[in-house]
Every structure is written in C-alpha cells, then in structure tokens.
Design a binder for this molecule. Structure first.
Ligand code: KG4
Ligand code: ZN
Length: 341
C-alpha cells in the first residue's frame, strides 16, 4: 500500500528509542517506544553510554514494529524523518545512522528534525494545532524556554533557563525525596493529597522571561535537612506538592507574561512536563479563561516520541527541505526558523 504522505519519525535523542508512522503530519498510523527507565533508574538519571548502546540494540525492532502496524514497507514512505539534535551525541548518532541507511537502501528522502520543533509539532497530532502566531512554552528534562512563532515562519527565542530545565528540577527533587526515576511523574503521583503551601520555595526571576531552577533545588536541600528525616517521610506528599506547585506556577507566570508582551491569542505547551495535570489545570485557569487557545499534545505525545518527529518532518517535507546523506547528529543544534503551514 503506497501512501504518498506517510512519514516515518525516528527519535533517539535521549533515553527513548521511539518511532512512528504519521500520515500528513496529523494521523498517527502506528507508534512504538522502547523505554530505558529500567536501565537508568539505578543511576537516578540517564547514563549516556548506556543509552546509546540500548538504542543500537532495539532501534531495528522498534522501526519494524511501526512499519508492520502501519501496513507499510519502508519503500512506500514519503520520507524518513529523524531527530538530528539537540541531545546526547551518541544517542542521536544511532538514530541518524539508522535513518540514513534506511533512506539509502530504499531511495526514500531523508529529513533532519530539531527535537524542540518536534515537541511543538506534537500539538498537531490528532488535533488542529495552532493556526496563527503563537508562543510556545517548552519544558522538558533537557530544555526550558519560551519561543515566539510567527505564522509566516520562524521561531524567536523569548527566554530560556539559565541553569536547570524544569523537568530536571523535578527529577532532582524526586531523587532527593526518594521517589525514583523518572522524577516528574513520580513527583506528580506523590503530590496527590499534599498541601502545596506546606513548604515555601523560591520563584526565581519574577518579571523576566528567563528561567532559573537551580535555587529551588538548593532551597529544597536546606529545607529537607532542617525538617529531619522522620518529618520528611511523614510530609512527603506535602513537600512533593510544594515543589510541583513552585515549578508549575513559574512556568505559567512566565507564559502569561510572554502572552501579554506579544499579544498572541494561541499558545503551545509541550515537552515532557506538559504531561503534568497541575500545569494543565493552571493553564486552563490563567489562559483558557481569557480566551487564549492552549494547544497541548495528548499526554502520550508530550514526552519524547517518534510521532512528533514525523509531524515536524511533514512540514519540512512540504517545504521541500530534505537532508542529504551527509546529515550529521548535532548535540547543540540551534533552533532555526522553520516554515509553519
Ligand atoms: O520531553 P522529555 O520526554 O525528554 C526531554 O527532551 O528531556 O521530558 C522528560 C521530562 C523529565 O524531566 C520528566 O520528569 C518530565 O519530563 N515529566 C513530567 C511528567 N512526565 C514527564 N514532569 C511533570 N509531570 C509529569 N507528568
Ligand atoms: Zn524532549
């Protein structure tokens, strides 16, 4: 079965080996992901070398699986899109090398995707996505920033984190509280029923579009030390709720500030942290009520996945922006203007 607009997306920038086949950037025909949580959990964070090795072991079966489920042969694809960066260089290299080999072997065009563009494009999976100029809040384990996207094309950086990413702050807090890895979902679960005002934590850089989360971790370390181990155990839900509240409030405050400064009527909130229920509720309260349209990917497509890469790849496909077989992974790939259709 030939499908002229089915794109294979491959994502290996960090600790998920993920692939998906997406039709016209919108309809997910199949997606699969091999998580590496078991591998990294004992270390409390991602170990780059272990991540690369696992990607190399499983990528073939993950890609085969999605092609099978989509009922397609690789040669039927319109394009093969792969995350070029940013991310862990060894991990990226596995996905890029695999995509290049598949493109070479089948003659299907290759497309290099920016990981953050992928997260933003995930809002168009099974939904309409933004139709006009918007501000994107990206909050993941490796990145946190605000980006203005013009309808005519291109992203402008409004502000980024000076130190830790929001997800990284949650992961570190979860580790400190003995909640396991990955920290974001564990912290969200632990916070249920907790008092978010139990612990006063700093909200850094108010009034600025830049972020800083390193002070939060330091404040938490001091607070936990002062509280004593027994009380920390008794108040784990309260502490988790306080951390979650501090991080999500900062994200929403700054997004509201960016909306006020730019005058946009639509926002995109993406990246792993966008799966958070409190963040979604706060967005609805602070922006939805003002008539601002909030686009958030379905929870399954907030964290790293192949469908977001295929969705971003589709826009590049329409713009004829194909990569050559010289495509090289780039750990610090900058977010360059991308045409938005
Ligand atoms: O986008 P992502 O999968 O990978 C990166 O590109 O970094 O984001 C992973 C981050 C982790 O820090 C994880 O703890 C956080 O997203 N995260 C969450 C939730 N699910 C994942 N944070 C808060 N609440 C969640 N439900
Ligand atoms: Zn990501």
């Amino acid at each position: 079965m030939t499908s002229p607009a089915s794109i294979l997306g491959i994502e290996t920038s960090c600790d998920e080996t993920a692939a998906a086949v997406v039709d016209r950037g919108r309809e997910v025909l199949a997606h699969a992901s091999a998580t590496q949580d078991d591998l990294h959990a004992p270390h409390g964070g991602v170990v780059p070398e272990l991540a690369s090795r696992r990607h190399a072991e499983v990528i073939d079966q993950v890609v085969e699986q999605v092609l099978d489920r989509a009922g397609l042969e690789a040669r039927d694809l319109a394009a093969i899109a792969v995350t070029q960066g940013p991310g862990l260089i060894g991990a990226l290299a596995v996905g890029v090398a695999y995509a290049k080999a598949l493109a070479y072997g089948t003659g299907v065009p290759l497309i290099g995707v920016h990981h953050l563009d992928g997260h933003i494009a995930a809002t168009g999976l099974g939904a309409a996505g933004p139709s006009g100029p918007f501000v994107a809040l990206l909050a993941s384990g490796g990145h946190t920033g605000l980006y203005a996207a013009e309808a005519a094309g291109g992203y402008r950086i409004l502000g980024q984190t000076r130190d830790d990413a929001a997800g990284e702050a949650l992961d570190k807090a979860a580790k400190l509280l003995g909640l396991g890895y990955p920290g974001g979902p564990a912290l969200e679960a632990a916070a249920r029923g907790g008092d978010p005002a139990w612990l006063a934590l700093p909200r850094a850089m108010p009034g600025s579009l830049e972020f800083s989360f390193s002070g939060l971790k330091t404040a938490l370390v001091h607070a936990v030390r002062k509280t004593g181990q027994e009380d920390v155990e008794a108040h784990r839900a309260d502490i988790a709720a306080s951390v979650q509240q501090a991080v999500m409030e900062v994200l929403v405050e700054k997004l509201v500030l960016a909306v006020n400064r730019t005058g946009v009527r639509e926002v995109v909130v993406a990246g792993g942290v966008a799966a958070n229920g409190l963040l979604r509720a706060l967005l609805c309260d602070r922006l939805g009520r003002r008539g601002i349209t909030v686009h958030i990917p379905q929870p399954a497509f907030c964290t790293d996945n192949g469908a977001m890469v295929a969705a971003a790849g589709y826009r590049l496909y329409l713009a004829g922006r194909f990569a050559s077989l010289d495509l090289a992974p780039q750990a610090d790939l900058p977010l360059v203007p991308v045409p938005l259709t």
